[in-house]
Design a protein around this ligand. Structure first.
Ligand SMILES: Nc1ncnc2c1ncn2[C@@H]1O[C@H](COP(=O)(O)OP(=O)(O)O)[C@@H](O)[C@H]1O
Ligand SMILES: [Mg+2]
Length: 403
C-alpha cells in the first residue's frame, strides 16, 4: 500500500469502537474528534486511534462553525481522505464538513434523504414506493386538506429524531391542531402521517457502489412506539430466512436504498407490514448501523459486524473492490429493558443460547443465538416474561434524546 489513508471519525456520543478498530486493522491512520464532555467517561479503543481531538459541547451539541474551523486547522497539516460520522446526529455535520473541505463521501443533498423523515418520504413517494400518507407541517391549508382527506389516527413526528422520541399519536383533527399549535416555531420540524397498525421490521444492509451487497431482515416484538410509550421490554430477532414476509421486506428494502441514492455504506431501514392489507410500507431509513445493540444481534446471528464492514466500505471508497464476508445462517434475538436495580444480575439467564449480556447501569439486556428459529422465538417469549418479574421498571417516554 502507498501512503495510508487518513480517516477522521466524528462522534458526539461514544459509538463505533469496531469501526475504529477495523480502520486501524486495515492500515489507515485514524483520527477521532469527539465531545469534550466524554473525556473522562468514554472508553475509546485508544490502541486503534492515532490522534484523539475534543470539541467543547453543550449536551453533546457542537458549534458548527467552531467545528469547521477546528477541522480546517487539522487539514492544514494533514490530508483527510475520509470523514465518517459514528452517531446518527453527526451525519449532517459530517456532510457539511465534507462539502466545505471537499472530502469524498456523502454530501448534504443525499444525507438529507437518510436523516430527514420528510425528505425521505417525498423522495420515496416520487419513486412510487408504498408509504403511509403524510403531510409536512409547513402550509396550514395543506395540513387541513390532509386531515379532511386521510382518515386518522395519525402520528405527529419530528423529522430528525430517532428512538420514537417526540412521536405523538393523535385521533381527531382538533387534537392534531392542538399539538401542532403547541409546537409554535418548531412545527416545521415535524410531519403528520397516517398511523398504519401492523408489525414493524428492520433490514440492515451494506451497500457498495450503489449495489446492495448484504441485507439481513429482523422483526421487532412489540412496535417500538408501544415499547417507548408503555416502557415495555424491547425485543427484536432475525426473521425466518426464506419466509414470505422475510422475502417481502427484503424486496422492499432493495427498492428503497437505490431510490434514495446511497452509494456506499450501511443502512438500517424500517418497514411496517400493515394488519389491514398485509402490504409492506416504507417507514424510515438511515445511513448508519442500527442502534440499541442491533449490530450485536446481527453479529450473533450472521458473524457479520456491521461496524467493521462499514469501515471496510468507507476505506475501499469505490476505488478498491469490496465484498462482504460469507454470512453464517444462525438465528438470534435481543431483549433490552430498563431495570429497577442499578446493576441487574443476569446470571440466572444461563441457557447455552445466551451469547451476550448488557453491561449498563439500570438496564438489563441479552442476546440469544441458535441455529433453530423456533428456539429463539421460545426463548424470547420466556425471557420477556422473566424480565418483567426480575427487572422491569417503567419510566415515562422521552421527549429528548438521551444515549
Ligand atoms: N405511520 C406509522 N404507523 C404506525 N406506527 C408508526 C408510524 N410511524 C411511526 N410509528 C411507530 O413509531 C415508531 C418510531 O417511528 P419511526 O418513524 O421509525 O421513528 P424513529 O426514528 O423515532 O424510530 C415505529 O417503530 C412505530 O412503532
Ligand atoms: Mg424507527
Amino acid at each position: 500500500m502507498n501512503t495510508p489513508l487518513t480517516i477522521l471519525c466524528i462522534a458526539s456520543y461514544e459509538k463505533g469502537h469496531a469501526f475504529l478498530r477495523q480502520c486501524k486493522a486495515s492500515g489507515a491512520r485514524v483520527f477521532l474528534l469527539t465531545s469534550l464532555s466524554l473525556k473522562d467517561k468514554a472508553q475509546w479503543p485508544t490502541d486503534s486511534i492515532d490522534e484523539l481531538f475534543y470539541m467543547p459541547d453543550e449536551d453533546h451539541a457542537w458549534n458548527r462553525e467552531h467545528t469547521l474551523h477546528a477541522v480546517a486547522h487539522l487539514c492544514r497539516n494533514h490530508i483527510i481522505d475520509r470523514l465518517v460520522p459514528l452517531d446518527d446526529f453527526d451525519l449532517e455535520l459530517a456532510a457539511f464538513l465534507r462539502e466545505h473541505l471537499r472530502i469524498p463521501g456523502m454530501g448534504e443533498t443525499t444525507t438529507r434523504y437518510f436523516r430527514d423523515k420528510l425528505a425521505m418520504r417525498m423522495k420515496a413517494q416520487e419513486k412510487g414506493l408504498n408509504i403511509p400518507e403524510f403531510v409536512p407541517i409547513i402550509n396550514h391549508q395543506r395540513v387541513n386538506e390532509y386531515l379532511d382527506r386521510v382518515p386518522g389516527p395519525w402520528v405527529l413526528k419530528p423529522r430528525m429524531l430517532a428512538g420514537a422520541i417526540g412521536i405523538k399519536k393523535v385521533h381527531t383533527k382538533q387534537e392534531a391542531w392542538d399539538k401542532i399549535n403547541s409546537l409554535g416555531d418548531q412545527q416545521s420540524y415535524y410531519l403528520l402521517e397516517r398511523f398504519v397498525p401492523g408489525d414493524i421490521f428492520h433490514v440492515d444492509s451494506i451497500v457498495y457502489e450503489n449495489k446492495l451487497v448484504y441485507a439481513v431482515a429482523s422483526e421487532y416484538g412489540k412496535p417500538p412506539l408501544d415499547v417507548s410509550q408503555s416502557g415495555d421490554i424491547f425485543t427484536t430477532r432475525l426473521m425466518l430466512r426464506g419466509s414470505e414476509r422475510e422475502q417481502a421486506v427484503r424486496a422492499k428494502n432493495a427498492q428503497v436504498l437505490p431510490s434514495l441514492g446511497l452509494v456506499r455504506g450501511v443502512s438500517h431501514t424500517e418497514f411496517i407490514v400493515a394488519n389491514e392489507d398485509g402490504k409492506v410500507y416504507f417507514l424510515e431509513t438511515s445511513a448508519r448501523v442500527g442502534g440499541a445493540h442491533i449490530a450485536d444481534l446481527i453479529e450473533a446471528g450472521t458473524g457479520i459486524n456491521m461496524w467493521a464492514e462499514w469501515a471496510k466500505v468507507e476505506l475501499a471508497g469505490g476505488k478498491a473492490p469490496y465484498s462482504p464476508p460469507e454470512a453464517k445462517e444462525d438465528y438470534a434475538g435481543l431483549l433490552v429493558s430498563l431495570a429497577k436495580q442499578q446493576w441487574p444480575d443476569l446470571s440466572a439467564y444461563n441457557d447455552p443460547e445466551v451469547v451476550w449480556r448488557m453491561n449498563r447501569e439500570h438496564h438489563a439486556g441479552l442476546i440469544v443465538k441458535s441455529p433453530d428459529f423456533a428456539r429463539i422465538t421460545e426463548l424470547l417469549e420466556q425471557y420477556r416474561n422473566r424480565f418483567r418479574e426480575d427487572f422491569w421498571a417503567m419510566l415515562p417516554a422521552r421527549d429528548k434524546p438521551t444515549h
